[in-house]
Design a protein around this ligand. Structure first.
Ligand SMILES: [Fe+2]
Length: 180
């Protein structure tokens, strides 16, 4: 269940209310149906997935890919798999958590685990959004944000890209002041 935290301490857990709060930044958030296939559920519960297993999961979510292709122009997707032993954890914690923008949209569909996005309102106040399984977010191009994992250090998510390069970060070096 998504949780939105504002800098004044307000907390929103209703997805419709969260969507309204994010609409001013043209950010879209919603839920997608869960894939109930037992094989897919088992794969999503594993820490480590080989290339074939990752492909199995991406194939199981091909309807979602078609949807994001149609509505957002996404042409590529891949499966991000992070767990406490992942080699990419360190890079993620030291790079993605810095405030940045991308020239393309960032679309991500959470399949397991959780993550946090941070954004800045036009008045400079900061917000943080925690996302969990079955939720997706579409962050428009050039929207300042940051990203990190919760203490679970656990995430499986499909990332959708509108360009072959994927999300190339342009760091904005803003200080994140909102309390976790
Ligand atoms: Fe990003």
């Amino acid at each position: 269940m998504a949780v939105l935290q504002l800098e004044d301490g307000s907390i929103y857990t209703n997805i419709g209310a969260i969507a309204s709060q994010l609409a001013v930044l043209n950010i879209e958030i919603d839920r997608l149906p869960t894939n109930e296939n037992p094989t897919i559920q088992e794969l999503l519960a594993q820490d480590i997935l080989n290339v074939t297993e990752k492909q199995q999961i991406l194939t199981a979510f091909k309807t979602e890919f078609a949807y994001f292709k149609r509505v957002s122009g996404c042409q590529w997707c891949d499966l991000k798999v992070l767990h406490p032993g992942s080699q990419q954890i360190y890079a993620l914690m030291t790079q993605s958590n810095r405030t940045h923008t991308h020239a393309d949209a960032e679309v991500i569909h959470i399949l397991a685990g959780e993550c946090v996005f941070g954004f800045v309102y036009a008045n400079g106040s900061q917000i943080q959004l925690m996302l969990q399984a079955a939720e997706y977010i579409k962050v428009p191009a050039n929207t300042e944000h940051w990203f990190y994992l919760t203490p679970l250090l656990y995430l499986k998510a499909v990332q959708y890209y509108t360009t072959a390069q994927g999300w190339v970060p342009e760091y904005t070096n803003r200080k994140v002041t909102i309390q976790n």
